[in-house]
Structure formats: C-alpha cells, structure tokens
Design a protein. Structure first.
Length: 253
C-alpha cells in the first residue's frame, strides 16, 4: 500500500491510497488535469476505484463529475453529504451511505468513518486499515474531541489538519465573520491545536504524520516547517508538511 497526495490546501484536496488491486481516493477537489499531472493514471487500469468524500465543500468535490466520468468509482459518503451532492452528481453515480462510528468491510479494506466538527451537512474523517497498516484522514475539523482523538492514534500515516496560524488569521485581510468561522469549533484546526493533539497521542505508536489542508492566506510554510521540526524533536514523530504545489506520491507503508 502506498500513500499519495495530489493536492492539499484551501483551494483543493485529493489524496489516494494505492493497492495491488484497487485505488482508494479521499476527496476530489481538483481537476483531472491535476491528477494526470501528478500520477500516470494508466496504472489504474483494471483496478477497482473507490472514492470517499469527507464533505460537500467546493475544495473537496469540485472535480467530482469529471472524476466519475473517467473512473466510474464506487462513491462513499455520509447521508448528509450524499444529499448535498445530489444536485451535483444527479443520477451519474450511486453513493453508498456510511455512518460515523461504524466499521465497514469494503472488499477486505476496513473503513471506519468518524464524525467531525465542521460547518457542513454531515462531515466525516476516515480511518482505513489493510493488512495491519492504518491510514487516517482528519481535516476540516474545528476541534478534536476525545472521541475523535481515539481514531487518530496508532496510525502508520496520519493526515492531520494544520490550517492556520492564529496571529496571521487575526491580522489577515479576511472579513471578521470569516475569521470567526475559521477559528470556531466548526471551522478549521490551527497549527498550535494540531501540535497539541500530537503531544497527546505521540506515545500511541504513530508512524508518519502529514500536516495538511494548509491555508494559503492565513498560514506560512516556513513557520509550519518549524512546527513539524518541533514535533520530530520533541515527540519523536516523523512529521512533514503537505504543500499544495508539491504533490507527495508513492510513500510506501
């Protein structure tokens, strides 16, 4: 199994896990051109394509219809997200509805969606397990509850939101209502909150952590790299930053 990131950030998100016989995408907030620029899609031929959608916001689903037309994937989402997407996909694809906190076996892949706090219909994070390897995606969450925290532990790969730096958000050009929305418990996770979470779960057997969904307006990559270094030095966690302009592909597990 390999972990791959096509794009991660406030303008578009798309990740995928690649197996021998299937490809598992999480979100499709990018164009087919971006996907083709990052990976040779001919290697997907003959494989089952699955797509798990976290929520219906534009930066997570903007490329959905072309993706469906190209790959005819099996699509999975919460009931709320599926309902919100109905007008976008129409009858082009069937969406399998998942419930947070339940475990599903999808062709031998263990999938546990979990409820997260965000200002959308019914957002989900995802924890995937296959052949004793665990990958968890947790972005677009304004706060990490103890219930959510347990899904972040013991992962070979954890994709964790580190969206904004509070001071940069406060001093930035966004209108006040948007600043409040981002910093709210149904908004996004700050750099400091991401580090705090990692300090709480660093002794649970974490493998590699990717700080993700970085705001282009309210964050700074150099600052974020210093947070990643702090996590490596202080918590002994292999921590990296996912930059929008630098796709990360082929991380073997």
């Amino acid at each position: 199994m390999t972990f791959n990131c096509i794009s991660s950030g406030s303008s578009g998100n798309c990740y995928f896990l690649e197996f021998d016989d299937r490809v598992v995408f999480v979100d499709c907030g990018v164009t087919m051109k971006s996907i083709k620029a990052s990976v040779d899609i001919s290697r997907f031929q003959g494989k089952e394509i699955q797509l798990y959608i976290t929520h219906e916001h534009h930066d997570h689903v903007s490329g959905l219809k072309p993706f469906i037309n190209k790959f005819s994937p099996k699509i999975f989402a919460s009931e709320g997200t599926a309902s919100a997407l109905h007008s976008a996909v129409g009858h082009a694809a069937h969406i399998y509805v998942l419930k947070g906190g339940c475990e599903y076996d999808v062709s031998g892949l263990s999938v546990i969606p979990f409820d997260i706090n965000h200002d959308s219909r019914e957002p989900l994070g995802y924890r995937f397990s296959f052949s004793e390897k665990v990958v968890t995606f947790a972005t677009d969450l304004g706060v990490v509850s103890k219930e959510v925290e347990k899904f972040l532990c013991c992962c070979d790969v954890l994709v964790l939101e580190s969206n904004y730096e509070p001071k940069l958000l406060e001093q930035g050009k966004y209108p006040l209502y948007l600043k409040k929305r981002i910093a709210s418990q149904k908004g996004h996770l700050s750099n400091k909150d991401a580090v705090k979470i990692l300090s709480s779960i660093c002794d649970t057997g974490l493998g590699k952590v990717f700080l993700a969904h970085v705001s282009e307006e309210n964050n700074d990559y150099e600052l974020l790299e210093s947070y990643a270094k702090y996590c490596r030095d202080k918590f002994n966690i292999d921590t990296s930053v996912l930059r929008k302009e630098t796709p990360r592909t082929g991380v073997s597990l």
